[in-house]
Design a protein around this ligand. Structure first.
Ligand SMILES: CN(C)C(=N)NCCC[C@H](N)C(=O)O
Length: 288
């Protein structure tokens, strides 16, 4: 099993993550809190109340976890394609796999990475939703003091299974959308690259960016449900399952609730995934 794909997946994911985290914080807050009038209002309030650091809350854990999550996603994707087509990454532009093979490999990568992503994503969402400014003498401390304290509190209050709250919604979000993610990337690369050649950097950037936008556009309704289920717990509304969360959210807030965060998700998805695919392709060419 080639390991370069796992390492390239890790590095490229980390680069994309740092670039996209401030957008992600605004998105999570818009999806789970009703106090903001829109993206700008959320950005202004976050900045006034918590300074620039507010946008980077909850980032240390995803940076550590991206090592596992993105390397599992890209590693499983690439190795599934290898099993389906018997072509390595280096040979893949010369002997391209079919879109069905790409879709199956993408869904497999998406499905497997969920079980690494779920606890990290839950902790990220809980920390991003803490709107208290950084601790000052005399002010009440935030509920979670950091990622380790957050994980320990969840285990204590909700049991270790609490760390997997929302994992089923995450599976439904990521399995098909990662198939769509890789198919969009491959399709756009092939449209603008002569047969048998490697795509240019500009092509990889644009194809990666649009793969991110397309997959996040499809993923947004389940992303809202996933974030709400992750926030459910001792202090928040508790849902009986994915369908209950969907029905109650739609009944109380209208169908528009499923598109909350769509604009910010798309704005974030382009640069994050352009950089992720560019660094992934170049690392593999460099090592190849
Ligand atoms: C729609 N979904 C779930 C995805 N496209 N997932 C792949 C994630 C890639 C990148 N780390 C990101 O956060 O955009």
């Amino acid at each position: 099993m080639p390991v370069e794909e796992f390492v390239a997946g890790w590095i490229s994911g980390a680069l994309g993550l740092v670039l996209g985290h401030p957008f992600d914080t605004v998105k999570v807050r818009l999806q789970t809190q009703t106090t903001y009038r829109g993206i700008i209002d959320c950005m202004v309030k976050t900045y006034r109340h918590e300074s620039l650091l507010g946008f980077f809350k909850g980032m240390s854990f995803p940076i550590a976890s991206i090592a596992v999550v993105n390397s599992v996603l890209f590693g499983v994707y690439s190795n599934t394609l290898l099993a389906l087509t018997a072509t390595s990454h280096q040979e893949r532009w010369a002997q391209p796999p079919s879109y069905t093979q790409v879709f199956i490999a993408g869904c497999t990568g998406g499905f497997v990475q969920v079980y690494c992503l779920a606890p990290f994503d839950l902790i990220k969402v809980r920390l991003q939703n803490q709107t208290e400014p950084r601790a000052r003498p005399g002010s009440p401390p935030p509920r979670y003091r950091g990622p380790v304290h957050c994980a320990a509190s969840i285990c204590q209050e909700e049991g270790p299974r609490g760390l997997f709250r929302g994992a089923w919604a995450l599976t439904l979000r990521d399995t098909p959308t990662l198939g769509i993610y890789f198919v969009t990337y491959e399709w756009l690369c092939r449209q603008s690259t002569p047969d048998g050649q490697n795509p240019s950097s500009a092509t990889v950037l644009v194809a990666g960016g649009f793969a991110g936008i397309t997959s996040w556009a499809v993923a947004t309704p389940l992303d809202v449900i996933k974030s709400r289920m992750q926030m459910a717990g001792p202090k928040h509304r508790v849902y009986r399952g994915v369908l209950d969360c969907m029905a109650r959210s739609a009944r109380q807030e209208g169908l528009g609730v499923f598109f909350r965060g769509l604009t910010i998700n798309s704005a974030r998805a382009f640069p994050v995934n352009a950089v992720t695919f560019l660094s992934y392709e170049y690392l593999l060419r460099w090592w190849g």
